[in-house]
Design a protein around this ligand. Sequence first.
Ligand SMILES: Nc1nc2c(ncn2[C@@H]2O[C@H](COP(=O)(O)OP(=O)(O)OP(=O)(O)O)[C@@H](O)[C@H]2O)c(=O)[nH]1
Ligand SMILES: [Mg+2]
Length: 450
Amino acid sequence: MEIGEALRKAISRFMGRASHDKEAVEELIRDIQRALLSADVNVELVMELSENIRRKASELRPPPGVSRRDHVFKILYDELVRLLGGVQPPYKPAGRPHVLVMVGIQGSGKTTSVAKLSNYLAKHGYRVGVVCADTYRPAALVQLRQLLQDKGIPVYGEENSSDPISIARRGIESLKPQGLDVVIVDTAGRHKDQDSLMKEMEEILKALKPNEVALVLDATIGQRARSQAEAFNRLAKIGWVMLTKMDTSARAGGALSAVAATGAPVRFIGTGEYLEDIETFSADRYLARLLGMPDLAALVERVRLAEVKISESEVEKMMSGRFTLSDMINQLKEVAKMGPLDKLFSMLPLQKVKSIDVEGLADQLKRWEAIVNSMTPEERSDPAIIDSSRARRIARGAGVAEKDVKQLIKRYNETKRLMKTLKRSMGRAPRDLLLSGLVRKEIDRDTLKG
Ligand SMILES: Nc1nc2c(ncn2[C@@H]2O[C@H](COP(=O)(O)OP(=O)(O)OP(=O)(O)O)[C@@H](O)[C@H]2O)c(=O)[nH]1
Ligand SMILES: [Mg+2]
């Protein structure tokens, strides 16, 4: 059974049970262990994951409004994310230049990925150069030059040499004086057998002593990913994995075992044949796809929101209509402190946008705070009295444009209106419900209508 399917089955079985007591958790753990072990995930890692689930399920209480079933599932989910290398900080190649060699078997997508990654890094402000050390496929050099040179990314290659090691060496020597931050080396994958490929890689790595080796893995190859990953990892410690062809229907379960086998996280994924088709890897999105259960993703999201702590008195205030402009801003500040903004922000009915530009929000908050500070106490407690001339005065005092003042008041009125609707629609529903993220659904529906 493919790993994704095995995990899906284990989860469905648990979710479908009538009770979710200790026994059910043990059964879930056994099923998950079987699934992971049969995908060759390292035994120690599996044991650690099991122990963490067991401990958290017995020690932690579900957040308000969340069933034990959903809570246990979220615990499992978090452990799977951790197994996948957790949440990676942004990629920051260090060293001058940082020499990165991309390896992988024939057709895995190395050349395409080298082009994508160099363009991606160049866009993020790095000066990047590329060395084509593939002597078996002359088209690779032509392809890289076509794709990259007009982006200002130098590509070193030799048309008539058949020695990849000296090409790579000369390539780095010739690119170094150009003051680059990163040099990415594309290697060949086409060999008559795996042994000769490995031998060539070994020599290249010995000669170049790169800062990093990245493994390019085709997401569609399933469990073979693991033996490939291990073979390359024996040659050199794989720093990270680039998973290609994630735009195809493959569930990419092999990646999980490859990652577990090498201990190297996935950093980037390829999502198509074009230069722009590269994304940073997100364990969240990957698991949603591996498990093939979109409703599970929604569930994780709901539990996550429930785990956010907004105090009862705040909720009380919001619901009672004693919700002032300053309250709104204070609340936004609290939310801003709490991290993954786009998710948390959507809990408060203040923005319709789906994803929030964090820096933009911080700026906006500063502006709004200045606006509220330059209001009189009467204006603050009753913004309805703010007419154009007052708005102009406030704007001058806060050093903002008049339209910023109007925007803030509009946002405040919308929020208040929403609170009223919410109160009506929820009647005397327990506060917990509000906290559990149900709010969000109501609001989405509401804002969509409005
Ligand atoms: N759909 C899709 N196709 C991809 C992706 N990455 C690579 N490809 C395709 O996969 C095929 C092989 O890609 P290459 O980059 O040539 O692979 P390689 O590892 O350099 O191959 P060799 O040099 O022969 O070892 C090409 O047809 C690419 O267009 C991807 O993320 N999505
Ligand atoms: Mg190639």
